[in-house]
Design a protein around this ligand. Sequence first.
Ligand SMILES: [Zn+2]
Length: 266
Amino acid sequence: MLVDSHCHLDLLEPDRYEGGLPGVLEAARAHGVGHMLCVAVNLDRYPAMRALVDPLPGVSVSVGLHPNEHSAGEPDEAQLAALARDPAVVAVGETGLDYYRSEGDLEWQRERFRTHIRAARRVNKPLIVHSRAARADTLRILAEEDAGAVGGVMHCFAEDWETARRALDLGLHISFSGIVTFRSALELQDVARRVPLDRMLVETDSPYLAPVPFRGRPNQPGYVHHVAARIGELRGIPFAQVAERTTENFHALFAVAAAGAATVPT
Ligand SMILES: [Zn+2]
């Protein structure tokens, strides 16, 4: 059994997949994906995403505003906490910092990130953290806001071992995407050998970042087995062990019952 810990089912263009979204979900099952976490990026589009995912078995949702996205209003801590209290919501995010795709004075991103961490702590749910070209500030804010109290995941991790080690020390998990299958990703492959098995997750970040051998094509949750298989190769352990451990880690971190039903953390 596998889990895709991070995908955007609402952002897939159904026409680009055989059988549309039902075909994507069927393919995921056929590849042993028992659960998917559909991650919010925009609060204006969030109600539609939640409605899309609600009837789907084995799919849970997060709520948050991505650092590169803009919604009608900037959410405050109380608004985010109210949305995140929803029993169907298993995490707050994605949130974090992205200095690569945004320009100028990015104090607003740091404030938004802090607001998400505070909301997550208020409702006691873990964080889904996006960080690009901002590793020092990401780690600093996670520490200053005591994100470790709720934990979470550094999603689509693409930094060096030192950054991974510091994130692990702060109590976060590390999630690997299709990037780990890219031939040029030597530094990241080194990280994938070193992250403790009980702190690791796998994801697709669909529809982006398809793993080898589908690189450059539309990604889908069923491809997560290519990520897990590559990690198994890198560590010299069976694929099944990576699948089993990352699945266990997911269910523990997000308090999602293995059967697929969301449970409310107490
Ligand atoms: Zn994402």
